[in-house]
Design a protein around this ligand. Structure first.
Ligand SMILES: Cc1ncc(COP(=O)(O)O)c(C=O)c1O
Length: 505
């Protein structure tokens, strides 16, 4: 086995003619690795030696090595030199590799590209997630550990619900959803999230996205023109508001979170906030800003749309209660079972100000979009009322917390220069990266068979500030893949140049 550069000698056949030297050298090395001519683990010559062999400046080789390390093709360790990376995953599918090779103007045949970023309108985002071939490891945020769905408990709830449902439950019903579920939710939300909820103000919807669409339509119907959104968030959600005919200007943010004081000058009709756990950056809106945003809504007649997508999962402190508790007439509360149970259920709920109930129900449309299926609603009502939901959330909280602790410990050990944020709650963490390194880290992740998203994926196109980092959905993989995913992530981060400063970007 060719384990050392010496056994290759000068026989690498790197063809640099006719290309810019560093780019050409990088292409030639990538090609040598991809074709297998340079096997994983092979030690490369020192930059000095290769520069002398090729008759180029030493910096040219050193820079090419550094960039290939950042991309994950090579590894560099003190004492063991620069080596071809040992790949964590099987080769990408030929189609994916060809597509990647065609990218970047054909100059830089990168490993397979991560899923496409969000697109206005939203649906392409989910379609992209469905169509890409499965990566070896998945740390994309957005789904809980689907292998942990409580099938047995859900089945019991479903059986009970079907056995006891009155016949009329299988007919057309109240467009707000089943009374049993709205009653169970009112109790649960008051107890677990501090929401002021009366069943008649609750509307069941098919996922948060559906609820947001309905609110958008209702607000537009009242003449609203704009809903302020966070500078970092889910593009498809802003897209749904735009589909309803609303502008979605981004609110600036600082290290304390979204600068809600800017609402006064931005003057939107409503604002969409992930107040308890900003998605994706991770912080909770501080108390003075919580009060300020509600004061703004009261003073202007505006509304706060509160996206409480993962409020059940908070680890080190008391849960941050829902903003809605501060003023149920100005805050629209939106919750979902997509994180606590599974997105496939498409079960979510809105708690509405009294003045909006009729308009939202009208927006739902009594024929086109009557309501969500009653058997699932009744099963969920039973699941909540019997304590099965509490038991499931408690068990998952322990499991996710354990993973979060393992993530933090692994990074402290393997990538101590990387700052981890947003870990007090939820199912994802944010790893801050030095300016100019996110794209290379994503390419490296793809090379290691790891699907993960960069912060750029979540940036509003008009946001004033740009942050770089990886959003790590540590809740996503099943237990069987978690350690592998964590190791792949560490390998990626070991290649990040943490000494890079903003001037290098
Ligand atoms: C910020 C945020 N809001 C809401 C949701 C839930 O969306 P839905 O209920 O449509 O599945 C998610 C899920 O990924 C999310 O990340």
């Amino acid at each position: 086995m060719q384990d050392d550069w010496a056994t290759f000698g000068a026989d690498l056949h790197l063809d640099l003619r006719g290309t810019r030297l560093r780019a050409g050298l990088m292409d030639a090395l990538r090609e040598a690795v991809r074709s297998g001519r340079l096997a994983p683990g092979t030690r490369l010559p020192s930059s000095r030696q290769l520069a002398a062999d090729l008759g180029v400046a030493r910096n040219t080789v050193a820079d090419a090595y550094a960039e290939l390390v950042a991309e994950g093709w090579l590894t560099a360790r003190q004492g063991s030199g620069t080596r071809v990376a040992r790949r964590a995953a099987p080769r990408p599918a030929p189609g994916a590799e060809a597509a990647a090779a065609a990218g970047e103007g054909g100059r830089s045949p990168a490993p397979p590209a991560p899923p496409a970023g969000p697109t206005p309108g939203g649906s392409a985002w989910r379609v992209a997630r469905r169509r890409t071939s499965p990566p070896a490891y998945d740390l994309r945020s957005g789904t809980p550990d689907l292998a942990s769905f409580p099938r047995a408990a859900w089945l019991k709830a479903y059986r009970r619900a079907l056995a006891t449902a009155p016949n009329e439950a299988f007919g057309y019903g109240d467009p707000r959803g089943r009374q049993e579920l709205r009653t169970a939710l009112a109790e649960y939300l008051a107890r677990a999230r501090g929401v002021h909820a009366r069943p008649e103000r609750i509307v069941i919807c098919s996922g948060f996205a559906h609820g947001l669409m309905l609110i958008g339509r209702a607000l537009r119907g009242r003449g609203a023109r704009a809903v302020g959104v966070e500078s970092y968030g889910l593009g498809p959600h802003a897209g749904l508001l735009r589909d309803a005919g609303l502008a979605t200007p981004p609110l600036p943010f600082d290290e304390r979170g979204t600068r809600v004081e800017e609402l006064t000058s931005l003057a939107p009709d409503a604002v969409l906030l992930t107040a308890a756990h900003q998605f994706p950056l991770g912080g909770a809106l501080p108390p003075d800003r919580r009060t300020a945003v509600v004061d703004w809504a009261r003073a202007t007649g505006g509304h706060v749309l509160e996206d409480d997508y993962d409020g059940e999962f908070r680890y080190d402190r008391q849960p941050v209660g829902a903003l809605q508790g501060l003023d149920p007439e100005r805050v629209v509360y939106l919750g979902t079972a997509s994180k606590s149970l599974a997105p496939g259920l498409r079960l979510a709920w809105m708690v509405l100000p009294e003045s909006l109930v009729d308009e939202v129900v009208a927006a739902k449309g009594a024929v086109v979009d009557w309501m969500c299926g009653t058997p699932d609603q009744l099963a969920f009502a039973d699941f909540l009322a019997t304590g099965a939901h509490d038991r499931h959330v408690r068990a998952m909280r322990l499991r996710y917390r354990h993973r979060r602790d393992q993530l933090v410990a692994a990074l402290a050990d393997r990538a101590p220069g990387i700052r981890v944020g947003g870990i007090a709650a939820g199912l994802h963490a944010v790893l801050s990266l030095p300016p100019g390194t996110e794209a290379a880290a994503l390419r490296s992740a793809a090379w290691h068979g790891l699907a993960v998203q960069g912060l750029g994926h979540f940036r509003h196109p008009q946001a004033r500030r740009t942050l770089e980092g990886l959003v790590v959905g540590y809740g996503t993989p099943p237990d069987s893949a978690w350690q592998g995913a964590l190791q792949a992530l560490c390998r990626v981060l070991e290649g990040v140049d943490t000494a890079r400063s903003p001037e290098d970007a």
